[in-house]
Write a protein that binds this ligand. Structure first.
Ligand code: NAD
Ligand code: UDP
Ligand code: UDP
Length: 335
């Protein structure tokens, strides 16, 4: 008669692998504004281990203080322009200053971060077989001649201007992502993020929503840069984070616009902040900087159809949440 041999005992290594069904996720730039909110959301899932890599150029450990010491969380001081050898399953690649003041401060470093930083993260993804998501930007559309902007539009970008280190840097980063995908079969995701706002933005970050809210709280005039008729579309950070996770978990490479189509002129934004936060405050006009895009509004048809995602928080609902956070940090309570 035949004796059936029992299956071999799995090796201790295999057993460890089986029980360790956790997803190990790297977030570059995770100490920054959007990154830290993304970390909060990823940490809600007990199957996730999160590793943040950041050089603290514009980010801060304070944004992650609730996770420091948590067994599923790790924080590494590291600059993505240097190679990084770790083992992960997914990479959310956000590392890059996003505010014009900061990305223009050291433009050569900005372009290195976008090009060499993205190359390194792609090399890492290739070595360990990880899926990688790049946070690109609506700035790849430049000063757009198509309105609203959909993903098929190639953009109108000045290659030699003061914003080019960021705009062209992100365009090269997108190119690298697609070349690694085509040449090496890397699983890629590209989000084109439109202006995002919310708690934890740097108070003196220089972006328009944070400037107006800080100015209104401090009783300083709201500085509308000329002509004031230029438009932007503002997405609340929780909506943005949900969109990024949907994109990472879904089957589409993108690029996909993630943003809120509600479009406002900068004068309208100033009036809204004044009305909601400090009706006494003055609104003044000041000089603008070169190459400021005149209009910007995402076409989010693709995000709706392919990701089942659309933003939920309206500007008038998001502003008070940001005001609460700014008041606490500035130390001026409501009158
Ligand atoms: P942020 O400046 O708050 O965060 C960027 C983070 O990256 C910071 O913590 C910073 O210290 C880190 N960083 C910068 N250079 C680095 C380097 N060389 N090595 C390691 N870390 C580095 O900006 P954010 O608003 O959170 O933006 C996050 C990402 O989203 C960026 O890639 C940005 O281009 C993109 N994005 C943001 C917006 C927006 O409106 N906030 C719009 C479009 C795209
Ligand atoms: N890289 C990294 N971590 C890794 C693997 C690669 O930072 O785990 C960097 C590597 O230093 C290189 C870049 O990613 O600068 C691109 O790597 P790739 O293997 O694609 O190219 P190569 O090293 O052959 O130029
Ligand atoms: N802006 C403004 N006042 C400020 C800061 C910015 O009117 O104090 C304008 C700026 O000219 C631009 C828009 O707000 O038209 C958005 O600028 P931001 O730097 O927030 O982001 P961008 O979309 O230009 O990257």
């Amino acid at each position: 008669h035949v004796t059936t041999k029992p299956p071999p005992e799995p090796s201790p290594l295999r057993k460890a692998k089986f029980f360790q069904a956790n997803m190990r996720i790297l977030v570059t730039g995770g100490a920054g504004f959007i990154g830290s909110h993304l970390v909060d959301k990823l940490m809600e899932n007990e199957k996730n281990e999160v590793i943040v890599v950041d050089n603290y150029f514009t980010g801060s450990k304070d944004n992650l203080s609730q996770w420091i010491g948590h067994p599923r969380f790790e924080l590494i001081r590291h600059d993505v322009t240097e190679p990084l050898l770790i083992e992960v399953d997914q990479i959310y690649h956000l590392a890059c200053p996003a505010s014009p003041i900061f990305y223009k401060y050291n433009p050569v470093k900005t372009i290195k971060t976008n090009v060499i930083g993205t190359l390194n993260m792609l090399g890492l993804a290739k070595r360990v077989g990880a899926r990688i998501l790049l946070t690109s930007t609506s700035e790849v559309y430049g000063d757009p001649l198509v309105h609203p902007q959909d993903e098929t539009y190639w953009g109108n970008v000045n290659p030699i201007g003061v914003r080019s280190c960021y705009d062209e840097g992100k365009r090269v980063a997108e190119t690298l992502m697609f070349d690694y995908h085509r040449q090496h079969g890397i699983e890629i995701r590209i989000a084109r993020i439109f202006n995002t706002y919310g708690p934890r933005m740097n108070i003196d970050d220089g972006r328009v929503v944070s400037n107006f809210i800080a100015q209104a709280i401090r009783d300083e005039p709201l500085t509308v840069q000329l002509p004031g008729t230029q438009t932007r579309s503002f997405c609340y950070v929780s909506d943005m984070v949900n969109g990024l996770i949907r994109l990472m978990e879904g089957e589409n490479t993108g690029p996909i616009n993630i943003g809120n189509p509600g479009e406002f002129t900068m004068l309208e934004l100033a009036e809204t902040v004044k009305e909601m936060i400090n009706p006494e405050v003055k609104i003044i006009t000041v000089e603008n900087t070169p190459d400021d895009p005149r209009q910007r509004k995402p076409d989010i048809t693709k995000a709706k159809e392919l990701l089942g995602w659309e933003p939920k928080v309206k500007l008038r609902d998001g502003l008070p949440l940001m005001e609460d956070d700014f008041r606490k940090r500035i130390g001026i309570l409501r009158k």
